[in-house]
Design a protein around this ligand. Structure first.
Ligand code: SF4
Length: 375
């Protein structure tokens, strides 16, 4: 049985391929979930059973799996054995649950969590292909890739590569959220324009509003502007524009949204999710939140904006995993694209604070201060 709840635009390629591919759920991991297989290509497994963890966007299946796991009070949801039609191979699979931390989308943190430890990224090397789950060779891939595998095996690589453009072949499940009329998950052929996705498929912002900026590949991607919507939605075009296609989670921000609260919310999230293992991420995310709070509360000066921009460049590339960069890249891009708005926010917040400070003095204190004359 195939569950491709995300597939709204294309026919279900998995079932067309005539293969049986059971997709079970670990929905709390969202698109950060990974499927991992134990054992080498030679077939001898490192553990008594192979293990697989996959996710789907099928909401009914998701809900059923959550209910089942909660009812059982057991992290292991189920074990299945699948026989693939036409392939003399049996795959035993376990679906496992996790604590749901964002960092568990990082492969080595996911492995630690599956071993029952706190989900912290590991130092690499060794890489999981050499020493992964319980120190055994472990192949990790994202769910979407593995969901495509049966169709590619069944129909051939040429069939898949005929879709898309350049090196961005095939399809992509995009998850469009934010200020659009039809948020949802859509499977699209790579190479269509981002505008077709945001304004066509997802309906764009409400009447009278326009796209202020958008995240092409999740909240960790640098933001792009309205003018970038006419670019083809491909890995290459997004990278050339200064961002990344990433997870395909497109977040749309309309022109009614102020940029400072958006940046603050995003930084708070990454501060909360940082595992704290390395300094640039642990301190950088905290610093960024505190600076944005100062900006919003009228305590910042333009110099704080410069320092905050510099903090982002010092985080990027200096962390153990990409979570630090995941905050620094979008925040840095917001400062780059919306610096005048940040500066105006600083100025207005300071004026507001100054106005609010005046009544804080009692009339008597003000009179005494005036009567005291210059010191
Ligand atoms: S970058 Fe952040 S989440 Fe990743 S290891 Fe360092 S502190 Fe932990």
């Amino acid at each position: 049985m195939s569950k491709r709840g995300a597939s709204k635009l294309l026919e279900d390629p998995v079932s067309e391929a005539g293969l049986s591919f059971e997709v079970d759920v670990a929905p709390w991991l969202g698109n950060q979930a990974a499927l991992f297989l134990l054992g080498g290509s030679g077939g001898e497994l490192q553990q008594p059973s192979g293990a697989a963890l996959v996710a789907t966007t099928d909401i009914d299946a998701t809900r059923a799996a959550i209910d089942k796991a909660l009812a059982a009070q057991d992290p292991a949801i189920e074990t299945t054995t699948e026989t693939y039609e036409g392939v003399d191979y049996q795959l035993e699979s376990d679906a496992d649950t996790d604590q749901g931390a964002y960092i568990c989308g990082e492969e080595s943190a996911l492995l630690d969590a599956l071993e029952g430890k706190r989900g912290n990224p590991r130092l690499k090397p060794p890489f999981p292909a050499n020493q992964g789950l319980y120190q055994g060779p472990t192949l990790i891939n994202n769910v979407e890739t593995l969901c495509n595998a049966p169709a590619i095996i069944g129909k051939g690589a040429e069939w898949f590569a005929a879709m898309g453009v350049d090196k961005s072949t095939g399809t992509k499940v995009v998850s469009v959220s934010g200020n659009v009329r039809r948020p949802g998950n859509y499977e699209v052929e790579l190479g269509i324009t981002a505008r077709e996705i945001v304004e066509g498929i997802a309906g764009g912002p409400e009447d009278g509003r326009s796209v202020k900026c958008w995240f092409p590949g999740g909240s960790s991607a640098p933001v792009l502007l309205e003018e970038h919507l006419d670019l083809p939605y491909t890995f290459e075009a997004m990278a050339e524009a200064g961002s990344m296609l990433g997870s395909g989670a497109i977040i749309v921000v309309d022109d009614q949204q102020p940029i400072v609260p958006l940046a603050l919310r995003l930084a708070e999230f990454y501060r909360h999710e940082s595992c704290g293992k390395c300094v640039p991420c642990r301190e950088g995310t905290n610093w960024t939140v505190k600076t944005l709070e100062r900006i919003d509360e009228g305590e910042a000066t333009p110099m704080d904006l410069e320092i905050m921009a510099e903090v982002q460049t010092n985080i990027i590339g200096n962390c153990l995993c990409v979570l630090g960069d995941s905050m620094a890249m979008p925040i840095g891009s917001m400062i780059k694209h919306f610096r005048p708005e940040f500066e105006e926010h600083i100025e207005r917040a300071r004026e507001r604070r100054d106005r609010e400070d005046i009544p804080a003095f009692g009339a008597g204190e003000l009179a005494a201060a005036a009567g005291a004359g210059p010191a």
